[in-house]
Design a protein around this ligand. Structure first.
Ligand SMILES: *Cc1c(COP(=O)(O)O)cnc(C)c1O
Length: 219
């Protein structure tokens, strides 16, 4: 089941787009099954889960943090992840930078954009981000490589399209500004219900859970 879904997805999504399997709540066996079918990148939301699954699965795949990074867990995050997709303020970036420096690592990160400008959501407000970039570029052990966004909660990909489009616009503007130390290489947008629209709007990373693994049972 999982293997078939992965193969369908790999056949359908353009090669230039990286599929990150969103593995929150999934077992090690389920994750291994999707890896055997050809997934090279996995995304976890929760640190505790990530630590356990990383121990069991190892580094045959790249590990993305796709949930919020709490500063008191930044040390563990520095160790196990290959990319942090959810940098949403300078303080968190600074703490992560310090832990990466301590272990001699340069961590690729994406900046999370609060594209729907929702008060309760994490992420940089799109209009304040440009002013933050110079500061972020000064952190030598993290490397900004792009943007990530979720958009408002909905099952309707068309509703998300304008948020994806605006985030791509911001991505292009930052790229054009060519700020030393800031790369705009990856744009992570789109999940099970919205990855078609996201790819059409310029995403080159999609984060997909339920389509691969079936509906989630939160325990
Ligand atoms: C859970 C999750 C996904 C995947 O969601 P699905 O709808 O199951 O594909 C993608 N991105 C983030 C940040 C998530 O938390």
């Amino acid at each position: 089941m999982i293997g078939e879904k992965v193969k369908e997805l790999l056949g359908e999504v353009p090669e230039s787009v990286t599929i990150v399997a969103a593995i929150k709540t999934r077992t090690v066996d389920e994750v291994n099954e999707c890896i055997e079918a050809g997934i090279n990148n996995v995304g976890e939301n929760y640190m505790q889960e990530a630590v356990l699954k990383n121990l069991a699965i190892g580094n045959k795949v790249k590990w993305h943090l796709i949930g919020p990074l709490q500063t008191h867990k930044a040390k563990a995050a520095a160790k196990i992840f290959d990319m942090i997709e959810t940098i949403d303020c300078f303080h968190t970036a600074e703490v992560l930078n310090k832990h990466c420096r301590n272990i001699g690592k340069v961590m690729p990160v994406l900046l999370e954009i609060n594209s729907a400008r929702e008060e309760q959501k994490s992420g940089y407000m799109p209009e304040i981000l440009p002013d933050e970039l110079e500061k972020l570029a000064g952190l030598e052990n993290i490397r900004v490589q792009g943007l990530m966004t979720m958009g408002p909660q909905t099952e309707d990909g068309e509703v998300l399209r304008p948020y994806f489009r605006n985030t791509k616009k911001l991505f292009d503007e930052i790229k054009k500004a060519s700020i030393s130390g800031i790369e705009m290489k990856y744009l992570s947008m789109g999940m099970t219900a919205s990855y078609h629209e996201a790819i059409e709007e310029g995403a080159n990373i999609v984060r997909i859970g339920s389509l691969i693994f079936g509906p989630r049972n939160y325990r």
